[in-house]
Design a protein around this ligand. Sequence first.
Ligand code: ATP
Ligand code: MG
Length: 452
Amino acid sequence: MIRKLLRRVFSREAAPGKGPSSPANIAVARHGIRREHVSPAARKTCEGLQHAGFKAYVVGGAVRDLIAGIKPKDYDVATDATPEQVRNVFRRSRIIGRRFQIVHVMFGPETIEVSTFRAAHDDATLKDEHGRVLRDNVWGNIADDAARRDFTVNALYYDPSSEMVIDYHHGVADLKAKTLRMIGDPPTRYREDPVRMLRAVRLSAKLGLTLDAAVRAPIREMAGLIENVPPSRLFDEMLKLLFSGYAVDCVRRLREDGLHHGLLPLLDVILEQPMGEKFVMLSLANTDERIRAGKTTSPGFLFATLLWHEVLANWEARKFKGAVNIPALYDAMDEVLEQQGEKLAITRRIAGDIKDIWSLQPRFEKRSGKAPWRLIEQARFRAGYDFLVLRALSGEIEQELADWWTEFQDAGNDQREAMLVSDAAPKKKRRRVRGKPKAGTDTAMADNTGGE
Ligand code: ATP
Ligand code: MG
């Protein structure tokens, strides 16, 4: 009742972010999305539902990205059909029950997520003691559905049949003005779901949007609420952030807004050590570049880099206390992963990948006998090697070691044999004595050859 009344009041004055109950219908000339730009599966999903007499729109990130000229990662469809009704329209579909029920509709390799219009929370909604919404599965109409979304640019509904965008909250105008504006009162919306703070940072980086002052101002003070978010949810959101293709920018913005403290202990500590920071930023830049070039990336590799300096510190401390080198490394790995696991639910498979990469590192130091041949045959060699290269680039280890492995990989058998370092005399020293230092070689290094 009260909500209806409020909506009627707000409909007179269409305040940005508050939203009128009668939306703007925006034509192609302004938003620019032709139906051919939309994935065939999303189009067929909308058409199928509309033929069956339901409303159906492409919604959320995909509409936002298409208007901004970015290829959407995936497509969501919103409808007034219930999950059961959606299920009955499409042969290849299944109901997924997570926090609320949605339907996955499959067309070839594509899966479209279809959700039924839901209403925003009201006073009766179940919340935790900090105001975080625990359950939100009340059906609603399209206006309710728009109001419960986070940012105005995420509350746009595109109908592929008419090529119109339905916009309740000035999302198109905000997107064109490159502003990220919250629907409703930002502190309230952050309390309902603190992950929205991370989403604000990620979306502003991805789309080059400026955070509206009201969106930005409360973040610093409310950042601590992130601690109440379940680890699995936090992990999903961090994966999205780190693999957005804009991770370097996201981390910079997280720090500017005071969001890195307490949020991610790994970022907390690492970014405060010069060596750790260089390593992490190089790794993030590398990931961004790969993603933007459409190459594959692995969460295991990235998390291995994010946590490496924690492992190094832990490993050193153990060795200092007299522990044996390699067992100490394994214990350090376990402890660091366990500590992080409390905050971020790193899945078991990813933890396995991380450990593989770390445990290969000491093996790169062995450049004699059969060891290099055996290492290069390892399934995870490539990831371990890429990791080694980053360590060298960050200045943690000698560049020469990484270069040796670069050369060794590409070399034929004879050349590999010749490259091996005898156990007694490290090749590095012999080489310097035999050859003249190359032009540009640091004289201090050339002088430092020692006698053989
Ligand atoms: P991307 O897909 O680029 O990561 P997205 O905005 O599509 O960004 P999704 O997680 O796919 O993000 O969410 C789809 C839509 O669901 C959003 O556009 C938004 O409308 C809504 N949404 C997602 N998370 C929230 C949230 N925490 N609070 C309110 N609405 C949300
Ligand atoms: Mg999305």
